[in-house]
Design a protein around this ligand. Structure first.
Ligand SMILES: C[S@@+](CC[C@H](N)C(=O)[O-])C[C@H]1O[C@@H](n2cnc3c(N)ncnc32)[C@H](O)[C@@H]1O
Length: 208
């Protein structure tokens, strides 16, 4: 936050879980009844900005536990006065449990979740069995869950639990595309990973 900026200056682009009263009414939240998609761990907001610009008839919500990153993303949305994207500061598990109505979300993106390399920190990983259950609850039938990672071992865990989840079926993930320019990537982490020669593992599942 700059010295003169207050949290209120970023409203409505940045809100925290503490600003919400109860389950979200998406129509009220976005001011329209367009479909809603959620970017889990939205970081600096590259996906939110690009998607909101490319698909004005879809609403995007980023959920980001790091307020500093969340505000940075919100500033980018505010600068472009994007009406169809918002960032919610807070923990995604709490957000799903308390504020996301069941079967109300069209798609979910979990791009490059933190790997938490050290064994003793593994329990901090976002993508667990419980998280997959929360996604199944939030998505409506036919809704899509996309998850990409540059960490092979973590991606195999995600793939295994999603492929075996009773509420999801695996779909072929999108093929890797050659970027047309320096910013033509889905997220900052995809850009960083690919520009340093890393492999990006891609998964896509459909809610039954
Ligand atoms: C490795 S970064 C990836 C950021 C972005 N998705 C990308 O691909 O560029 C992971 C992000 O997830 C956020 N995050 C980690 N745990 C979270 C949680 N429990 N709830 C919400 N966000 C979380 C982190 O703060 C971080 O911004």
């Amino acid at each position: 936050m700059s010295q003169s900026e207050t949290p209120a200056d970023l409203r409505p682009w940045f809100l925290t879980l503490g600003d919400l009263d109860g389950p979200l009414d998406w129509r009220q939240f976005f001011g329209n009844s367009n479909p809603v998609e959620i970017d889990v761990g939205s970081g600096r907001g590259m996906f939110l900005v690009n998607s909101a610009l490319a698909r004005p008839d879809t609403n995007f919500l980023g959920i980001e536990i790091d307020y500093r990153e969340g505000r940075r993303a919100a500033r980018r949305l505010m600068k472009r006065e994007l009406p169809n994207a918002r960032v919610l500061g807070g923990d995604v598990h709490q957000a799903f449990d308390r504020f996301v109505p069941p079967h109300s979300v069209q798609a979910m993106y979990v791009y490059f979740p933190d790997p938490w390399w050290k064994r003793k920190h593994r329990r901090r990983r976002v993508f667990t069995d419980d998280f997959a259950d929360r996604c199944a609850r939030a998505l409506h039938p036919g809704g899509l869950l996309h998850s990409w990672s540059d960490v092979g071992e973590y991606f195999e865990i995600i793939r295994s639990l999603m492929d075996h989840h009773a509420d999801f079926e695996p779909l072929p993930p999108p093929p890797e595309r050659e970027p047309e320019h320096d910013m033509d990537y889905q997220t900052s982490y995809e850009r960083k990973g690919r520009q340093t020669g890393g492999t990006v593992h891609r998964g896509l599942w459909r809610r039954r």
